[in-house]
Structure formats: C-alpha cells, structure tokens
Design a protein around this ligand. Structure first.
Ligand code: CMP
Length: 142
C-alpha cells in the first residue's frame, strides 16, 4: 500500500450520504489532512482481529468484507464507508477488508478526527450508530 503524494482533492470525493448535511467548511476542516490510500486488487486494508485506528471512505473502486475467505459479509463501493464498528465499540475489527478493484482509493479518517467530527456534528454520530446497528443485525441474521 502506498500513500498518495497528491493532496486529497475534496471535489474528487463522491457524494457521501453520511456527510451530505455537513457544511463545505467542515469537510475541508476535517478531511483535508486525511491521507488518500491506494490499494491494488486483493490487497488487504486491515485484518479481522486487529485494533481499529481509522475509518475509511471509498472514493474509487470497491472492497469486500469477510470473516472467512468463503463467507462474504458485504461488497462495498464508491461512496460507502467501513471501519466504524471498531471505533464505536472499542472492539477489534470484526472482519477483514480487501480491495476488489485494480485501484481502490480510500480516504483514511483517523479515529481522533472521526471522534471530533462526531462531537461537532451529532447527526453524523447518530448516522454512524445506525449503520453500525444495521450491519451488526445483518451479520447476526446471515
Ligand atoms: P470494523 O469492525 O471496524 O471493521 C470491519 C468493518 O466491516 C466493520 O467495522 C464495518 O464497517 C464493516 N462491515 C461489517 N459487517 C458489514 C455488513 N454487513 N455490511 C457492510 N459493512 C460491514
């Protein structure tokens, strides 16, 4: 995995429903310093059981989320996000996430930045919790 030398262009980010209510200034304040990371097909973003230190937004490409190689929980693409569960719960990563595109571009939001954003914009915190609950429920039911 290689860190982009480009400054993350906020205009290049897709419309992310989670953040659609945020003022443009907030977007710049919170995300401008966040690294954009590139992942090749098959490359792991993180592994199940590891400690969560960041939250990821998919800017380009796609990933798959799985607990065991043949048991996929989800496929996520541009505009989706992942990695919120470990940050909200303090638990280890509940699944492994791997790039399924030749070039997957992820905005990496450090835990501290997400915490700060969630305090400032409670609607973001609420939306994250709702996603977390829905995803947990999906996994329990599947
Ligand atoms: P986390 O546990 O930090 O790391 C693995 C991530 O996979 C998890 O956070 C969620 O963001 C994501 N994830 C887990 N289950 C699902 C699901 N059913 N649908 C979409 N994403 C999921």
């Amino acid at each position: 995995e290689e860190v982009s030398s480009r400054t993350p262009s906020l205009d290049a980010l897709p419309d992310i429903p989670l953040f659609s209510d945020l003022p443009r200034d907030a977007f710049i304040e919170f995300f401008e310093g966040c690294p954009l990371r590139h992942f090749a097909r098959g490359q792991q973003v993180f592994e199940r059981g590891s400690r969560g230190t960041a939250f990821y937004v998919i800017c380009e490409g796609a990933v798959r989320v799985f607990r065991e190689a043949d048991k996929e929980l989800a496929a996520l693409s541009s505009g989706a996000f992942f990695g919120e569960m470990a940050l909200l719960s303090g638990s280890p990563r509940m699944a492994t996430v791997e790039s399924t595109s030749d070039e997957t571009l992820l905005l990496e939001v450090p835990a501290s930045v997400l915490a700060h954003l969630s305090r400032r914009y409670p609607q973001v915190a609420r939306a994250l919790k709702k996603f977390c609950r829905d995803r947990l429920l999906t996994n329990v039911m599947s």
